[in-house]
Design a protein around this ligand. Structure first.
Ligand code: ADP
Ligand code: MG
Length: 184
């Protein structure tokens, strides 16, 4: 059955913008799927380190798709995309060229050893709640039963998350499925 799925992406090493852009491009090419929206990009301070913006800072965003791909197959595909973009399997928690997470799979809840949906940390991570709120602020978290807007209002303000400005004028910014920047 076709479901609306939100996938979070993040990169904190190398050409972060290019890794995000490539990931979004590949997610737009999934079979039996349609790309519904792409958020703007957000920069997040690494949790244990007060580095300057740029190096070490995470670049994050969210993609919304509609798909017939099952959650398990989607996870396999995301791992494959991570691998193809050079993520180092042996140092998974270290610097990452790209991290792809299934945030929500419709209203389904999944609790298996290698797949937990909704993603267990979605509800307090502003770097996912902010891009999610651009795409669908009224989406209801199937476990917490609160909208994205409500969760965002309740989330801790630290670490700092800021909109990447200016947004890139690359393929990323010109993609027709991209959500529009908020008005003035
Ligand atoms: P994190 O994204 O939490 O920082 P990793 O990307 O290193 O951590 O963790 C990857 C593992 O987490 C994957 O191999 C996958 O099996 C598991 N996992 C569990 N739930 C999810 C999910 N909703 N989306 C993506 N990976 C998940
Ligand atoms: Mg991950």
């Amino acid at each position: 059955m076709r479901e609306t799925v939100f996938i979070g992406f993040g990169s904190n090493v190398g050409d972060r913008l290019d890794f995000c852009d490539r990931a979004v491009t590949l997610l737009g090419l999934l079979p039996h799927s349609q790309l519904l929206g792409v958020s703007m990009l957000y920069e997040t301070e690494p949790v244990n380190d007060h580095a300057q913006p740029g190096d070490g800072w995470f670049l994050n965003g969210v993609v919304q798709i509609e798909t017939d791909i099952t959650p398990k197959s989607l996870l396999d595909i995301l791992r494959e995309i991570e691998r193809s973009l050079g993520r180092d399997e042996d140092h998974r928690s270290g610097p990452r060229t790209i991290d792809l997470d299934i945030l929500f799979y419709g209203q389904q809840t999944i609790d298996e050893p290698d797949l937990v949906v909704p993603h267990p940390r979605v509800h307090h991570r502003r770097f996912v709640l902010m891009p999610l709120s651009e795409l669908d602020p009224l989406f209801i978290h199937p476990v917490h039963q609160r909208t994205i807007s409500q969760l965002l209002a309740e989330a801790k303000k630290q670490p700092e998350v800021r909109l990447l400005f200016p947004q890139p004028s690359t393929r990323y910014g010109s993609r027709p499925a991209c959500s529009q920047p908020p008005g003035p």
